[in-house]
Design a protein around this ligand. Structure first.
Ligand code: FES
Length: 121
């Protein structure tokens, strides 16, 4: 079994184009999955106004992916990130705001905006 500190070969290197900025709703989020050597890396990008931030798609509570449906990472009002596993809410900057993730954080996934497109950072 792989440990969490082991490098995931599926994690994309810096400079990989993810999508056009316009493909992410505002407010909204978009998930991305990469596969290599039988491993999967999943991340998602949150957009709200000037905020554009990426997270590894793994809840700090139990390690599950956060969204049940594609790209449905945010609450209906766009104010929080929701883990559908056990209902934890996170602020858009990744801090756990409710049980069972109060005091925990989502793991950042470095992304960057280049012109009108989003790339891995
Ligand atoms: S797996 Fe996310 S709240 Fe439990």
């Amino acid at each position: 079994m792989a440990s969490s500190s082991e490098i995931n070969p599926a994690r994309p290197v810096a400079g990989v184009r993810l999508c056009a900025l316009a493909e992410i709703a505002d407010p909204g989020a978009k998930g991305f999955r990469f596969r290599q050597d039988g491993r999967i890396f999943a991340g998602f990008v949150v957009r709200k106004g000037e905020l554009l931030v990426g997270y590894v798609d793994s809840c700090p509570h139990a390690g599950w992916p956060l969204a049940t449906f594609d790209d449905r990472y945010l609450t209906r009002d766009g104010g929080h990130i929701l883990c559908t596993g056990h209902g934890a809410l996170f602020t858009l900057d990744g801090a756990g705001a409710t049980s069972p993730c109060l005091g925990l954080r989502l793991t950042s996934w470095l992304i960057e905006l280049r012109g009108e497109a989003v790339f891995t950072g």
